[in-house]
Design a protein around this ligand. Structure first.
Ligand SMILES: Nc1ncnc2c1ncn2[C@@H]1O[C@H](COP(=O)(O)OP(=O)(O)OP(=O)(O)O)[C@@H](O)[C@H]1O
Ligand SMILES: [Mg+2]
Length: 342
């Protein structure tokens, strides 16, 4: 893909919950989008590090000031610490991809970074600043576009990327998508976790529950439609492990995203040229971690019936589809399409 003297091309998927990198040297890595700084000298002594990234940061959450800087898909405005956290994440990803920027054998890096469609408008400049000095050439694209590019689904398709912070939609018309071709909703994995936690707290006032528990239960048992079996989990009540039946709350939390996503698809489709609408309806691509909820693909496909029906297929590898697409784009992009940094 690239010889040892050529630039290293990388595709980065900058997600709310996971960041993935695919590089032209064959490296593919994923980390959780968390950064943590030890809170005091005791924490520093225990952790023996000045900053922690990914799973290590989450697992040490009692000892660190924990940041998830891309919450809701955007770099939270005005927060220096979040901006710093994004830099730490990007540097960690590039490091995992084998990039060396210090010393004399400096890797020449061209990076395509996929971000939620909405973030393209608001925070492009912040992202550019965060990557200053870390890469030589940069291209910022929307996440669903990167997925479409990687799958070569560039014409008459609709990509629906259901992540953690946002669900991003992008209609592909055989060219770079415009703002009109894209939509972003806040209904995604995080909103399911929050709703599940809220409903469980209302039903079991004595149970000690956290957002991390809600997320883990959703990932293990999440479903929409009729339950195949009851879902029972264990949580402490006044310190005592107790069994809870969460079937109904889990179903309604997972189903909360179906209607908004269906409505948005139904809103985007009539904007496609009339003679191509059927093609697009039959070429809907579902990506993102939340697309793995059992029964979701079928429920969304059923939602297309009132507008003539359609076909929705799920991508094979929701973890790396975005970063692989970014890498494919980096390899193909002519010099003129890059934003030069450094
Ligand atoms: N097996 C599973 N079933 C249901 N949900 C899952 C499963 N595995 C992961 N998820 C959820 O998928 C989401 C993460 O997906 P993904 O990595 O695509 O998001 P992201 O790219 O970080 O977020 P965004 O695109 O919104 O910025 C999380 O909400 C996670 O809980
Ligand atoms: Mg994503």
């Amino acid at each position: 893909m690239t010889d040892s003297k050529g630039p290293l091309n990388v595709g980065i998927d900058l997600g709310t919950s996971h960041c993935a990198v695919s590089a032209s040297n064959g490296q593919r890595q994923v980390i959780e989008s968390y950064v943590g700084w030890p809170v005091d000298m005791v924490a520093r002594k225990v952790l023996k590090k000045s900053v922690l990234v990914g799973t290590e940061a989450v697992e040490s959450r009692t000892m660190v000031d924990l940041h998830r800087p891309l919450e809701r898909g955007l770099l939270k405005e005005g927060s220096e610490k979040d901006l710093e956290a994004v830099k730490v994440l990007l540097r960690a990803l590039l490091g995992l991809a084998g990039v060396k920027r210090r010393g004399k054998d400096k890797t020449h890096v061209r990076a395509v970074v996929g971000v939620p469609a909405e973030a393209m408008r608001v925070n492009k400049q912040q992202l550019r600043n965060a990557l200053e000095g870390e890469v030589d050439a940069l291209m910022i694209v929307s996440e669903p576009f990167a997925v479409a590019y990687g799958l070569d689904a560039l014409l008459h398709s609709l990509v629906v990327d259901i992540g953690a912070g946002t669900t991003d939609f992008c209609v592909m018309r055989g060219r770079f998508p415009t703002e009109d071709d894209q939509r972003t909703l806040d209904n995604a994995g995080d909103s399911i976790d929050e709703l599940l936690l809220k409903q469980l707290r209302e039903k079991h006032a004595d149970a000690q529950l956290s957002i991390f528990m809600a997320r883990a239960w959703k990932e293990a048992h999440g479903f929409v439609g009729e339950a195949q079996q009851r879902v029972t989990v264990t949580a402490p009540m006044a310190g005592k492990p107790t069994k809870l039946d969460i079937t109904d709350e889990l179903r309604s939390a997972c189903e909360s995203i179906v209607e908004p996503i269906t409505e948005t698809m139904r809103d985007l489709l009539p904007r496609v040229e009339p003679e191509f609408q059927e093609k697009v309806r039959n070429n809907v691509i579902l990506s993102g971690g939340t697309s793995q909820i059992a029964g979701l693909r079928a429920a969304l496909q059923a939602g297309l019936k009132p507008v003539g029906g359609g076909k929705i297929k799920a991508v094979k590898n929701p973890v790396f589809e975005g970063s692989d697409g970014g890498l494919a784009l980096a390899i193909d992009a002519p010099d003129s399409d890059w934003d030069k940094l450094g």
